[in-house]
Design a protein around this ligand. Structure first.
Ligand code: SF4
Ligand code: FE
Length: 491
């Protein structure tokens, strides 16, 4: 089957019986819901750009499984060049949406599960790798969006899965049948869950023998019986529900999406199981997925950063301060920080290597350094954006005030007249354009989009401490001690 168009993707979501809840109620037409639709538009962009001849080299690739042309978001990386192109594609998507476009979690789980299942089969004589290849061929052939679900609620963080008071704190097998398994549990702050066709579930931590029932990975359709989602709030999200909302929303077209995904006795047939009790491989799957996703941030957040920097430069221009040397210097600092993140994304990709299964993996140390920097630099970038833009980005009256014809002035001036008078700045710049760029920055720095640009930079693909643990493991302090000893003449 050919690549889907953006419209075909959106229409395909309507055919699913996905169960979505928000504000305590079931949402039936979630595809057109004003709070959800921007996140669907975002994923749709991964389809739209693949149809654009200008981006064909980046967005599409030949499948290693079938030889057919597929969307890169469903690809198994075959070289370091593929890994670099993945990061470039993510930067492009960040530039076009200024949001989290969600489809990467699936791509990263494909590559992690592909290589891990190969090694599980090698050790245990299981058939998970064949299961997975069959599943991925189906995904590629139908150009599906698949969510990669990893983060369990985890309950008491000091306790292992089997030690939790409530066993559902980690996704686990509650029944083993001849033809499959039944699973219970949940995944938290799950990016791109509602608008995916399928999900791949993976464990979230390394596990011991007592955690066997929790060491489980599988694919399941998003509208499987027993599965549902409760939509996550974002700051200022109800602005999207306001009548005629466009300016105050900041980014009316695109957005990210997170949800609590619940599995309440969901049956998984054998052919969709990729790990089932081989607990010693849980850690490998986690580490590989996290590694790929930490690489991803060296692309997506850089693309979003490009838009933030552009908006900041526009705000300076509209305020009439673009020639001030202090402003120029702040923009240079923002560029420097943003490109440093890109360097990290490209570096961990170009230093990648082939796995036993044949696909390519990133350099784990460099991917973790990449993500560690992402937990910091976007914060500094938004700090500088707020500095340059000025307080107006958060104190400006509403879009409705700027168009209001309610008379307030002694000479018959309306609220709209007054707002347009006092918020005018540089000659030749409309107050509406100024409003638009200020509200856009507000949205990116502390509104709904801050989930994608700030908090996700902090906690997505693992919180900062998770990267520090990996950096400690991969950083080879012993080897470095030896280097010093050799030169200093210490035996
Ligand atoms: Fe993709 Fe970035 Fe969103 Fe992760 S945070 S899904 S890498 S856009
Ligand atoms: Fe993320």
């Amino acid at each position: 089957m050919a690549l889907k168009t953006a419209q075909e993707y959106i229409e395909s979501l309507r055919t699913l019986k996905t169960r979505v809840y928000m504000f305590g109620e079931k949402i039936d037409n979630w595809v057109d819901h004003p709070m959800i639709r921007p996140s669907i538009n975002c994923v749709a962009m991964t389809y739209a750009l693949a149809q654009d001849p200008q981006y064909a080299d980046l967005m599409t690739v030949k499948s290693s499984l079938t030889g057919n042309t597929i969307n890169r978001f469903t690809h198994l990386h075959q070289s370091t060049e593929d890994l670099v192109n993945k990061v470039k594609m993510q930067r492009l998507l960040g530039q076009k949406t200024a949001s989290c476009f969600q489809r990467c979690v699936g791509m990263d789980s494909f590559n992690a599960v592909f290589s891990t299942t190969f090694e599980i089969d090698e050790a245990h004589g299981t058939h998970y790798h064949e299961n997975f290849k069959k599943f991925l061929t189906f995904v590629q052939d139908n150009d599906l969006t698949v969510d990669g679900a990893m983060t369990d609620p985890k309950g008491d963080r000091s306790k292992a899965p089997h030690d939790q008071k409530d066993p559902d704190m980690f996704v686990h097998v509650v029944e083993r049948r001849e033809d499959g398994i039944v699973v219970c549990g949940a995944k938290c702050h799950q990016t791109g869950s509602i608008n995916s066709h399928w999900h791949i579930f993976m464990p979230t931590i390394s596990m011991g023998e007592a955690d066997k029932d929790w060491a489980v990975s599988f694919a399941c359709p998003t509208d499987a019986e027993g599965m549902y989602m409760i939509y996550g709030r974002q700051s200022c999200d109800t602005r999207k529900m306001e009548e005629g909302a466009s300016i105050d929303v900041g980014n009316a077209k695109f957005g990210g999406q997170e949800a609590l995904v619940v599995l309440d006795h969901v049956f998984i047939p054998n052919e969709y199981i990729f790990l089932n009790g081989e607990y010693e491989f849980a850690g490998m799957m986690v580490e590989r997925f996290a590694g790929y996703h930490r690489q991803s941030y060296g692309g997506c957040k850089v693309g979003v950063g490009d838009v933030v920097i552009g908006a900041t430069a526009l705000a300076a221009e509209y305020n009439g301060v673009e020639k001030a040397s202090a402003v120029k210097d702040k923009l240079i600092e923002m560029l420097h920080l943003n490109e440093t993140l890109y360097c990290c994304g490209i570096a961990c990709s170009s230093q990648g290597f082939q796995t036993k299964a044949g696909n390519y993996q990133i350099d784990l140390l460099l991917a973790n350094v990449c993500k560690q920097n992402v937990t910091r630099f976007p914060y500094e970038i938004v700090r500088l954006a707020e500095d340059v833009a000025g307080g107006l980005m958060v104190t400006m009256p509403s879009q409705k005030d700027f168009t209001s014809d309610t008379v307030v002035g002694r000479n018959g001036e309306t609220i709209g007249d007054i707002c347009n008078k006092f918020f005018a700045a540089k000659d030749g710049v409309s107050t509406e354009d100024r409003q638009r760029i200020m509200r856009f920055l507000e949205n990116m720095c502390l509104g709904a989009a801050a989930v994608g640009y700030r908090t996700e930079s902090m906690h997505g693909a693992g919180s900062p401490q998770a990267q520090r643990i990996m950096i400690a493991r991969q950083g080879d302090i012993q080897g470095k001690k030896q280097l010093a000893k050799d030169i200093a003449g210490i035996q």
